[in-house]
Design a binder for this molecule. Sequence first.
Ligand SMILES: [Fe+2]
Length: 386
Amino acid sequence: MELEGNWNYPTSIRFGAGRIRELPEACRSLGMQRPLLVTDAALAKLPMVSDSVRACVAFGLHCEVFSDLQANPVEENVTRGVAAFRKGKHDGVIAFGGGSALDTGKAVALMVGQTRPLFDFEDREDWCTRVDVGGMAAVVAVPTTAGTGSEVGRASVITDLTDHTKKVIFHPCMLPAVVIADPELTLGLPPHVTAATGMDALSHSLEAFCSPLYHPMAEGIAVEGMRLIRDWLPVAVADGGNLEARSHMLIASSMGATAFQKGLGAMHSLSHPCGAHLNTHHGLTNAVVMPYVLVWNRSAIEDKMVRLAAFLRVGSHSFDGVLEWVLELRRGIGIPRTLAELGVRPEHAASLAPRALADPSTGTNPLPMTERDFEQLYRNCISGKL
Ligand SMILES: [Fe+2]
């Protein structure tokens, strides 16, 4: 089977090995003459970025790179990106990289046309109606990791340093107009990054599947995304050069983010405060907390887990079958067992719990949560008590 396609759901996706060569034409198709390529500093030094810039320039585009951003991006990264966009008289954004670069690029494209500050567009009530859509720049997204799925997401996660919370900046038009999903760009990811980002993709599909909202389309995408991860994540971690595994993981990542329009849950609620306060890796944190959250939610998701286990053909077609599969997968790809191994200590539980409660993902956890519940859940994740 040829692993290539042109899809228009949930946005225009050019999927397949080598399709990065279509980047200049994709920019032109959106009317860009002067794209700003937003990426992180490490990627900016790699040939995949310099080759892309060179190809754009050869195509007649004026293309510059902005790479002043950090893992777990902050408002200042966006502000500087907006300044670079204006200074270079750019007319579009190429968001190129993992979640941090994609989220920063999308936020820059949003903010170039706004007069309000960034956090006025947090995903709350009807705040997205504050956006001046006409001022937004178009985005071509080029993912280089398989996990975040931000290339098909309508939001960016940016850390607010004033209160050390990760805030979700949301507008439907933040969905990139064109995605170039080229699995060759992910071939060089080291095993531990492949594992952590792949588990982020799994957490998206799993939490979306478990969310109590009614959205059968999202559930359908979530289960097939999880099957691809079951079949291919261990292969991609063990053999990073396996293009077939990389291809399936890249689309599974986009599927996870498409599915989580249905909502996330306590895995992300627990993970976001750890990332904002202790700078833990997002996907890795989700991977660690995953089984503890499943066990916590057991009473609300038991029926769904039976269905999922049957589809995935794991264990005894039961909740325990899914749980054992997650634990085995986690072990097999080298994910730590407890949050303590990521530097989260018992004394952090009380201060992180209210932030987890306030996280937007909490509203769609299968069970209603309290601050006390989150404190207990943190303690379970830190101590390893399943
Ligand atoms: Fe995530």
